[in-house]
Design a protein around this ligand. Structure first.
Ligand code: 6PG
Length: 234
């Protein structure tokens, strides 16, 4: 069972400030121990301001391998692409632009399954461990308790022998890291903002909650899970 440490922020701006500093600190600590650090980034809208501030942090970004924890199977310059959001924030300019981004190729390949295979190969090449071990994984929390692209009711919740998979939703096909990879991370940080997340966050922190209803409960690293949440989530 995960131990959660909640860092409350006054508002979304305070959350971005607190989170960007903590993320930079964790990456710096990893780089004190090893030549390169592997970091999986959350998609969605919450991290945008955090990534813009993180881009300005002076850490050895050229020694950082970045992945996305999940991706929508759309063109890499579509507004709905997580990679496109990351390129326009963390990677657009400043020190952060020196990081190595291992984006998940999407529509230039023939299918979402092929994208998942390419991600799996990249994970095995760049990350050590089986499951692949990230030094840091950033995650969001959906109103319905999902994280990455692990949604309630999805077969992906029960995958234990693959590190990436395809999740089909009504609107989008998605590629996602699976729960074993999310749980293998040395450090997991959730970024949660907005009153719509109130119930999902309460359930995430509830020791009795099931992962079937709140898939974010599947994320069970051996270290304390850090949650940055603004006051509107309580
Ligand atoms: C995605 C994300 C997803 C996201 C949550 C929260 O591709 O959408 O990986 O897991 O983190 O849905 O999204 P918001 O930050 O937009 O609320």
């Amino acid at each position: 069972m995960s131990i959660y440490k909640v860092e409350r922020a006054k508002d979304a701006s305070d959350l971005a400030n607190k989170a960007s500093q903590a993320i930079a600190c964790h990456i710096g600590l990893a780089l004190d121990q090893k030549e390169r650090a592997q970091v999986a980034l959350s998609g969605g809208s919450t991290p945008v301001d955090t990534y813009k501030l993180l881009a300005c942090e002076h850490i050895p970004w050229d020694r950082v391998d970045l992945f996305t924890g999940d991706e929508r199977w759309v063109g890499l310059q579509e507004d709905s692409s997580n990679s496109w959001m990351i390129k326009r924030t963390l990677l657009s300019s400043g020190p952060g632009s020196s990081a190595k981004f291992h984006f998940i190729p999407t529509t230039e390949l023939s299918s979402p399954s092929e994208s998942a295979l390419v991600l799996n190969k990249s994970l095995r090449t760049i990350c050590k461990g089986d499951p692949p071990i990230f030094d840091l994984i950033l995650l969001g929390l959906g109103d319905d308790g999902h994280t990455a692209s692990l949604f309630p009711g999805s077969d992906a919740l029960n995958i234990t022998d693959k590190w990436s998979t395809v999740v089909r939703t009504e609107t989008l096909d998605r590629i996602t890291l699976t729960a074993p990879v999310l749980s293998a991370a040395r450090k997991v940080i959730f970024l949660v903002s907005g009153s719509s997340k109130k119930l999902a966050l309460k359930r995430l922190l509830d020791i009795e909650e099931s992962f079937e209803r709140t898939p974010a409960k599947l994320v069970q690293p051996s270290s304390e899970v850090l949650i940055f949440a603004d006051n509107s989530c309580f």
